[in-house]
Design a protein around this ligand. Structure first.
Ligand code: GDP
Length: 465
């Protein structure tokens, strides 16, 4: 877990926030005069985030009367100990000189900060909110510690400040394996915890092209990269013989994993051409988006579906290229048929992008790349906790979970724990008893509500406590 220090001048509401995070019981204890705290950190919870809050409450009284210097020293100790700082200001009263002094100390520490604008429910708090920007600590998160408002946004801000990796780091238990499984074997670029905060189109987009032999992969790759082909050396973290190709598509940097090149090499050694499972897996793990090349004259053979299934299980987003479209006599009929088949055979990625192309003539390749980028954006998408739980309210009102063995299942909240692919945690009363069909319903509904077609969506159920 990580440690949070709540920092700010007296009276901004630090103790109220502290109590809100660690729970009510403790507050009662702590309010009793003369009670000494033997623990300096307290377990706290903000939805699915579990962390410790450093108790700085005692410091203030000792200091505020006579010794501002001591107060500042204690604050510095707390900051040093913390992984994350909740710098708290009072939006109702606006900034005071002390706020700026403390903010300076926090900024100098270089620690990740969430700027908490407390008392945001009060009339006139808007001005204080705007003022808080001046502290140079980023966007103020409006909350009301007293009324428990703004907590979903606070949760999201923590993840943005720390990154997924650290925010959830050591709290991963068996429940989350499902979501974390694909992270294990991915190269460093992909596991980058900062990558998902917002869509970053400056980093090269990693694509792999897979498909059965003769589907037209080499032809497609050559058509895509054309003359600009630039072979770069072995990728870090991938075996020596793998080759990546860098190129630009409409100013967007692309890195393409060239399995075709690998195959050509192996062709020399073995007359028979097979894309081994190993090669396929390596390509898929390298990639963010995987283009599945299907020969439109013989689409959806068993092996095609196995490849698609592997891609989805690895958490990558597939895009289908129906190739050799120039050979098709009845394009409209066939397209309708293929669309129907795609949705039926790959229900886990409802709304998958499927494009007709001719690698030979180059037709449809721009559209293919547009689909790749569109899918990549969805794969990176993040839904705020506030939006998710407003969506959940609607679900619970219109299609609540069923009763199992006479007991109603309860869902408390939903949060997004991961991106790339989107992964959600549903906090509920009895994860094991929740029917798969209901989880599927939630997944589909969520996909729809937040417009996330064609990518795998992970859904993990957890007990709410
Ligand atoms: P790979 O094994 O998947 O890399 O397939 P290749 O790129 O080697 O292509 C296999 C065969 O299909 C070759 O003879 C290509 O010329 C042919 N081919 C590839 N794409 C197309 C296409 O769009 N239209 C037609 N008519 N033939 C194609």
């Amino acid at each position: 877990g990580f440690k949070v220090a709540i920092i700010g001048r007296p009276n901004v509401g630090k103790s109220t926030l502290f109590n809100r995070l660690v729970g009510k019981k403790l507050a009662l204890v702590d309010d009793t005069p003369g009670v000494t705290r033997d623990r300096r950190v307290h377990a706290a919870k903000l939805y699915d985030l579990h962390f410790d809050v450093i108790d700085t409450a005692g410091f203030e009284d000792a200091a505020a009367s006579t010794l501002p210097g001591r107060m500042r020293q204690q604050t510095e100790i707390a900051i040093r100990e913390a992984d994350l700082i909740f710098f708290t200001v009072d939006a109702k009263s606006g900034l005071m000189p002390d706020d700026r002094t403390f903010a300076e100390v926090v900024r100098k520490s270089g620690k990740p900060v969430v700027l908490v604008a407390n008392k945001a429910e009060a009339r006139g708090a808007q001005g204080g909110m705007l003022e808080a920007w001046e502290l140079g600590l980023g966007e103020p998160i409006p909350v009301s510690a007293e009324h428990g408002q703004g907590m979903p946004d606070l949760r999201d801000a923590v993840i943005e400040a720390l990154g997924e990796e650290r925010a959830f780091g050591e709290n991963e238990d068996e429940d989350s394996d499902e979501i974390a499984a694909s992270e294990v074997l991915i190269g460093e670029d992909i596991a980058d915890p900062d990558a998902e905060a917002s869509y970053d189109d400056t980093k090269p987009l990693r694509i792999a092209v897979v498909g059965r032999p003769n589907a037209g992969k080499s032809t497609l790759i050559n058509a895509l990269i054309g003359e600009e082909r630039l072979l770069t050396g072995p990728e870090a973290g991938i075996t020596r013989d793998s080759i990546s190709v860098d190129w630009d598509w409409r100013g967007r940097r692309i890195k393409l994993f060239d399995t075709a090149g690998m195959r050509r090499k192996s062709r020399i050694h073995e007359k028979l051409e097979v894309l081994s499972v190993q090669d396929g897996l390596r390509a898929i793990r390298f990639a963010e988006i995987v283009i599945i090349v299907l020969d439109a004259t013989i689409p959806f053979e068993k092996q095609d579906l196995q490849i698609a299934d592997l891609i989805i299980r690895e958490g990558r987003a597939p895009v289908i290229a129906f190739n050799k479209w120039d050979l098709i006599d009845n394009p409209q009929e066939l397209l309708a048929e293929l669309r129907e088949k795609t949705e039926r055979l790959l229900p886990q990625v409802r709304g998958i992008q499927a494009v007709t192309v001719s690698a030979e003539t180059g037709r449809g390749l721009d559209k293919l790349m547009e689909s790749v980028i569109k899918t990549h954006k969805v794969w990176n998408s993040r839904v705020s906790t506030g939006k998710l739980n407003r969506w959940l309210e609607g679900i619970l009102a219109h299609h609540p979970p069923p009763a199992v063995a006479g007991r109603r299942l309860k869902i408390k909240y939903v949060t997004q724990a991961k991106t790339r692919p989107p992964g959600f945690v549903v906090s509920c009363s009895r994860p094991d008893a929740t029917p798969q069909s209901y989880v599927r319903y939630l997944t589909n509904s969520l996909r729809e509500a937040f417009d996330m077609p064609g990518v795998p969506i992970r859904m993990a159920l957890r007990t709410s406590d």
